[in-house]
Write a new protein. Sequence first.
Length: 235
Amino acid sequence: MDNETVDATNLPRLPAAERSDVGKPKTDLAARNATRANPQIRLTTVRRRVEDPEALRELVRCDWIFLAADSHSARHWVNAVVHEFLIPATQVAVKIPVSPDGEVGQIHTATRLIAPGIGCLWCNGLIDSTELAIEMHPEAERQQARYVPGIPAPSVMPFNTLAVGEAVTHFLLASASLHENDDDLGSVIHRPRTRERHLQDPRQNTHCRWCTSTGNLGRGANGEVATLQTVATPS
């Protein structure tokens, strides 16, 4: 699920991408890689942003969601689906801080389990309400709302591999009930520059709007996601 096309700056971090792929939908590349690995695979590709009603209708049909988007709107709506429809998800992320003088800071990768009823992305400060409000506007308005024009932020393939490898391993072990501790819902943080690996347990706010029984937890067809799904998809 992705509404973007391949830009030349994306090539270093898209597996098996070629120069001829520039301008093509990113979903086409993902489908091509998956089909190469398993010609019998069944795929549904959705060329829309996550908050689009059509995309949400597909998302709530999933058994497990992998969130690899860096936008606050994608985090928000996946977080909403997880807790309203009780679907587990895994978020993968890479952060490479660079100071104004070009010095690279503490690189880290994150693999976060988002489990229904457990401290959500809002509880853990991983969604910014201001950024979310900006991203929910059309592209032209989003650019005008920013003080600094966006510059493509390249990621590096090996760092992506750290996060994704951890996510897929956790999924395989969870689906086969092979984790030694079923109560281990912590996130895994890798710091490649110091070769450290940490576990972070999720925090939960008592009156969270999303992941508590007093909020939207388990509301499904009566929740906010379902309300948005009924909105007509723009042409």
